[in-house]
Design a protein around this ligand. Structure first.
Ligand SMILES: C[S@@+](CC[C@H](N)C(=O)[O-])C[C@H]1O[C@@H](n2cnc3c(N)ncnc32)[C@H](O)[C@@H]1O
Length: 302
């Protein structure tokens, strides 16, 4: 069984419709769903398949074995890997940011409310995990991540309660943490720990900074005609992509308060392909509820 259903698959393949040859970099290959569709639709394109999660990449290697001679697999963080491909003719770059369904569902990875571990690392080589955030962050640090990364209304209450409780015994599992948070705040439509878990996950994987770095690296290695697609799953990430693409499109990058242009008005890197983000159809949301919050944006370098 394939442990992850790719979102916006047809829309993503269509975004790259002008691509005829060269290299396609899938920065978040995961279980290979998007990569497979790209390999099928663009038979003259070679694929560089990156993922920081070795479990996912092992699965993708099996799944895509019939295309093996067209693929290079890279088990790294995308922002660290992209620079290696600066001299290649790159036709497309895709990043389907966030966690996979496998990571969310697999108890051992610590992302879900029933996990016996307190982990949440996408990259198994990294040492820093949810255990460190929950047991060693100060009250102020916890407040900041709950508020900034998840807009959690009860950020102060949860942070204070964690700091008090861990004096007696450290938290060792996501299950224990989820049950603890559920005792603190009212039940709603979603599990009471959903937002806190989102914040901890973003912090553990440094997701927002990584997205900035990935986009910076993309800018450095793209050529004339390179198409970039980014799929995000929450508004903080989507805002980063939207603003970055907008900035890449602008001729003048002087600050708004500048009296006159001093940048030379020569900063235009290309065109935004999606005025509004592409979102999942009703049918897709019904078939795969995790597609509900997905947003795809595209950019083409000139
Ligand atoms: C939403 S899944 C991608 C699923 C994939 N498109 C598919 O069709 O199977 C996200 C994957 O990206 C990986 N990932 C997220 N951010 C990454 C990054 N900055 N560098 C490398 N891999 C990343 C995660 O480990 C995860 O396997």
């Amino acid at each position: 069984m394939i442990p992850h259903i790719p979102v916006l698959l047809n829309e993503t393949v269509a975004l790259f419709e002008d691509m005829s040859d060269g290299y396609f970099i899938d920065c978040t290959c995961g279980f290979g769903g998007h990569s497979e569709a790209i390999l099928q639709h663009y038979p003259n394109v070679k694929l560089i398949a990156i993922d920081q999660d070795s479990d996912a990449l092992d699965f993708a290697k099996q799944r895509l074995s019939k295309y093996a001679d067209r693929i290079t697999f890279v088990n790294k963080r995308a922002s660290d890997a992209l620079g290696e491909f600066a001299n290649l003719p790159i036709s497309g770059i895709l990043a389907d940011i966030g966690v996979s369904s496998y990571q969310l569902d697999e108890d051992a990875r610590g992302f879900n409310f029933n996990s016996d571990t307190l982990d949440m690392r996408m990259n198994q080589k990294q040492e820093f995990s949810a255990y460190d955030v929950v047991n060693y962050y100060s009250k102020e640090q916890l407040e900041r991540i709950f508020k900034e990364f998840a807009d959690e209304r009860f950020y102060k209450k949860i942070a204070q309660a964690i700091v008090t409780a861990r004096k007696h015994k450290k938290f060792t599992s996501s299950k224990e943490l989820a049950e603890f948070i559920a005792t603190l705040i009212p039940k709603g439509k979603i599990h009471p720990a959903t937002k806190a878990f989102q914040a901890i996950r973003i912090e553990v994987n440094n997701e927002l900074e990584e997205l900035h770095k990935l986009l910076d690296a993309t800018l450095k290695i793209s050529n004339k005609g390179t198409i970039v697609g980014v799929i995000t799953f929450h508004s903080l990430e989507d805002r980063i992509v939207k603003n970055t693409f907008k900035q890449w499109q602008q001729r003048c990058i002087c600050p708004p308060e500048a009296m006159r242009c001093e940048c030379g008005r020569d900063n235009h890197k290309g065109y935004v392909l999606t005025k509004k983000p592409i979102t999942a159809s009703k049918e897709e949301v019904l078939a795969n509820p995790r597609s509900r919050s997905a947003k795809l944006r595209g950019f083409r370098f000139r």
